[in-house]
Write a protein that binds this ligand. Structure first.
Ligand code: CO
Length: 244
């Protein structure tokens, strides 16, 4: 079946080819009479096409060359930008490194102080109207002194809170009186009062607070006291603060 089918197809194609060849020779003889005229007009056109092709080729290579230059420029610019970014990243990394270094030094410093250096003073309070010490002294070699008050009791600040305020003995009464107006929320002391050399916040049971001040704020010939400015506490909670 397939073989005879193929044979039929071959015969059909052969027949068609013969018919087309016949048509071709007829029309070919018609065209051959006008062929020379067509050829004479086509020749310049071909030259023009060739010129255009050449021009196009030249233009194309020029464009390619310009494009190559532009790509080179872009590559240079990209490299410059990459260098700039790399430089900035390097600088930023260096800054971060410096900051981390500073933070590490700070933490180390804080750790050293919290272990109890000579310039780090501690005082305790609790659920009674009293301090754990009746006097305090800071070495004169300290530029800064940190005082930490720790409440070891259970009562909240509103019921049995305490603070630690450093003033000249002659200013104590006035500072305590002025502190009443601040209320518990204001730690019972006006920290902006020029007579207040240093003041912690009000602490209740389980809380602590620290304050750091410079010994340069103290005069050699003046007597200083630390006092709790909570109303009613000052008479029982006060002591001498000396430098020596
Ligand atoms: Co008190």
């Amino acid at each position: 079946m397939t073989f005879s089918g193929t044979k039929s197809a071959v015969l059909l194609v052969a027949t068609l080819t013969v018919m087309l060849a016949g048509c071709g020779s007829d029309s070919g003889s018609d065209e051959s009479s006008s062929a020379p005229a067509a050829a004479s007009t086509e020749q310049p056109t071909q030259d023009t096409v060739a010129d255009v092709a050449n021009d196009a080729g030249d233009a194309a290579s020029e464009v390619m060359s310009d494009a190559a230059d532009a790509v080179d420029d872009m590559a240079d610019t990209a490299q410059d930008m990459a260098d700039d970014v790399a430089g900035e990243i390097k600088e930023a990394a260096s800054d971060v490194s410096d900051t981390v270094g500073d933070a590490a030094v700070q933490v180390a410093g804080d750790t050293a102080e919290s272990t109890g250096g000579p310039c780090d003073l501690a005082i305790g309070v609790g659920d009674t109207i009293s301090y754990s010490v009746t006097s305090m002294s800071a070495p004169s070699s300290c530029s800064d002194v940190t005082v930490t008050i720790t409440h070891a009791g259970n009562l909240p600040a509103i019921a049995m809170g305490h603070n630690w305020v450093l003033v000249a003995e002659s200013d104590m009464d006035a500072v305590v009186a002025a502190g009443v107006g601040q209320g518990a929320d204001g730690n019972w002391v006006d920290a902006e009062d020029a007579r207040v050399i240093a003041a912690t916040r009000l602490v209740g049971g389980g809380e602590s607070d620290s304050v750091t001040f410079s010994l340069s704020a103290l005069d050699a010939g003046t007597n200083y006291v630390f006092v709790c400015t909570v109303p009613g506490h000052w008479s029982a909670m006060k002591g001498a603060f000396t430098v020596g």
